[in-house]
Design a protein around this ligand. Sequence first.
Ligand code: GLN
Length: 544
Amino acid sequence: MSKYIFVTGGVVSSVGKGITVASIGTILKGRQISVTAQKLDPYLNVDPGTMSPYQHGEVFVTRDGAETDLDLGNYERFIDVKLTAESSVTSGQIYSEVIAKERRGDFLGGTIQVVPHVTTEIKNRFKKLAEKSKADVVIIEVGGTVGDIEGQPFLEAARQMRNEVGRDNILYVHVTLLPYLNSTKELKTKPTQHSVNELRRIGIQPDIIVCRSDYPISEEIRNKISLFCDVERKAVIPLPSVSTIYEVPLVLEEEGLGQLVVDKLKLNPRPLELGQWQELVDLIKTPREPVKIALVGKYVELEDAYFSVREALQHAILHHQRDLELVWVPSETLENNGDYSILRSVQGIVIPGGFGIRGIEGMVRAATYARENKIPYLGLCLGMQVMVIEFARYALGSKEANSTEFNADTPYPVIDLMPDQKGKIKGGTMRLGDYPCKLLNGSRAAQAYGQDLIYERHRHRYEFNNQYRERLEKAGMVYSGLSPDGRLVEVCEIADHPWMVACQFHPEFGSRPGHPHPLFRDFIGAAKDVLREGAQPPLPLSSK
Ligand code: GLN
């Protein structure tokens, strides 16, 4: 039977619960304890698929096609698992399920209430993931901050679980913030005390308190939290800010969190093995020569909108023992003859995914720049569509070539809906999750992957229009990845270019620290050797 760890957050949002969950996963997995993770999101949307990236950040897609919170990306990267739809639960899903059951008459005339009906549905989701994953430990992150109205049913369900599975099989971890007061030069514990009181009010006494702070946490502060919050002294775990999120598992382990969890849940660990993480963090902290990459996108003001892309670039950069200098370029600024001198200084250009027309022409301009100046280019989903539009404008000699998403009346609809998608409502027409793709022997994509059949995650509606395949191929476009039936273009590249490759899927979701995604790895491999304006070629080593 699986054991459960519930992770709640106090004082403020964005306190680092997601990374704490992911890191607890890492240090348990480092002891050969199998783990899985689940995120509870209190909002009423069924999933974040329809939310603006400005509201929510990146939408992370699981291999079975669920559109989920970006925290799932961190769980996948830290625990090195592939999660499924069961790992993402929203209030919207819970309420729609309960109401659907009520309409079907499943409750036999009863009055439907938050307790027990909603909380039972929530607990079913905990148990379903435990049964499906068969993990030793299921780590569950309760989204939001303790005290929020929306989060109450989730916390109530977490409380009820204690009696169902027994005290030895459940742990409550509370992550809080210790604010620093400049005037008195001290960290304050009062907000933590209040948020623990709030938790107790609903019947949860935390077993462990993880204290985030921007400053070192003294023994005195730890003792104080232990006393006021009724938590063992060794269960007050300091987590000061660190320079890279990948260091968090090491910090928590050093503070004894791993052993504490093992003892409290009476787990059967193997000796701890975190060597790879240590190497990774050591590498990140070693000064390395930078590679300057431009990320040209629509939502660049909010870096979280491209969370997995940034991480995948980081993994690839570390593979080459270099440092990432990422320039966030709002694509709109490149439009209407806008200043694009920023591109002159970069060694590679990434165009990530996106929806809607805003900023598209700027991305097309960046693609033209990459093609004409032979700058390595990696297109991700929308980034492939942009590459196709750009190449078609060049090959067909018409500025009109476009996607019907951006111009429904274009005479050259090089990106379009497939005939069987047309006329359907928007929902339900997205291609979501893993699809197979066959790679063309000898192509850059096949070289990168080193295999000919791959599975990658999708999240898009539009596709390459096959009517243009031949004409673009004649002009120098290579279709290096196709769906096994040959109908869908999945990867394409430009023949006469050092490295201009784009894919209709999202490879960023599959990248892991220590195992960079092959396309990102080879993109950086090509970019790192590009000499930019003002850069000096490396001096030949002296013969002495
Ligand atoms: N907007 C494009 C489509 O729907 C690309 C989507 C994406 O980049 N995820 O096909």
